[in-house]
Design a binder for this molecule. Structure first.
Ligand SMILES: [Zn+2]
Length: 255
């Protein structure tokens, strides 16, 4: 029962995230007007606005213009529901699970917007930093000092990388948004799990980058947005970061 409600709640929030992802970069209001097809503008009646199910029923097409609906919509809803389920499974119905759900929503929205528009909107990164700064006073997993250390350390680390690329390699290897994103990631994850998140993000970014160069003959200068990888790394590290660190520690002891 708890599981079913969590998943349904995740799907509903995911469908709101889709609206944010679509409208925030265009400067449109996320509250009004109600959902409409991005191609033909036809309003989507509430009974066709059921997350995931309506996508399956309509076979990924708009009811009015038969235009294809981006698979982003069911993916975001599915990921959100999965994340909420993991949060409740991990923390039970606690404030920590709710804070994790907020964190997951930010990660999903930032990953989707960054891969489409190559930006990480301030509205999301600054709200995240403010929210998780306040939450750091109540976080039972990460102490206040550790949260500040994680947030400021992460932001400084990415600022350092940013200027290194700019000065030494004369390219904009990272965006300013990545610095702001690392700030709220560190505030919630703390320094240990932030390090795991950044490591996983770099590793997965590198793998995808190499894959693109080898199989699609793309130039690495055609910069990949880093936000989706930071999101993925943070998502994994939120739940399994400590396990990864323990595992690395046990390898260290064996040698
Ligand atoms: Zn349409």
């Amino acid at each position: 029962m708890e599981t079913a409600l969590t998943i349904i709640f995740g799907l509903i929030i995911g469908s709101f995230l889709n609206v944010v992802i679509h409208r925030l970069p265009l400067g449109e209001s996320v509250a009004f007007p109600p959902s409409h097809c991005p191609r033909c503008n036809a309003a989507i009646p509430f009974y066709f606005n059921i997350p995931l199910l309506s996508y399956v029923f309509l076979m990924g097409r708009c009811r009015a213009c038969r235009g294809r609906i981006s698979p982003q919509y069911p993916l975001v809803e599915g990921f959100c529901a999965f994340g909420f389920w993991l949060a409740v499974r991990h923390y039970g119905l606690t404030p920590q699970a709710a804070a994790s759900a907020v964190f997951i929503c930010l990660l999903i929205a930032l990953a989707a917007i960054d891969s489409k528009h190559m930006i990480l909107p301030d509205e999301l990164t600054y709200s995240g930093a403010a929210f998780f700064f306040i939450y750091s006073f109540f976080n039972p997993e990460v102490g206040q000092l550790a949260a500040l250390l994680g947030g400021l350390g992460g932001a400084l680390f990415f600022a350092g990388l940013y200027y290194f690329y700019l000065k030494v390699r004369k390219i904009e290897g990272l965006g300013f948004g990545d610095i702001k994103m690392a700030l709220f990631m560190g505030l919630f994850l703390g320094p240990r799990r932030l390090a795991v998140a950044v490591f996983l993000a770099s590793l997965s970014g590198l793998l995808v980058g190499v894959f693109m160069i080898v199989f699609r003959k793309k130039n690495l200068r055609l910069a990949l947005p880093f936000g989706p990888f930071l999101s993925l790394g943070s998502f994994v590290s939120l739940f399994w970061g400590d396990a990864v660190l323990d595992w690395i520690g046990s390898l260290w002891l064996l040698t």
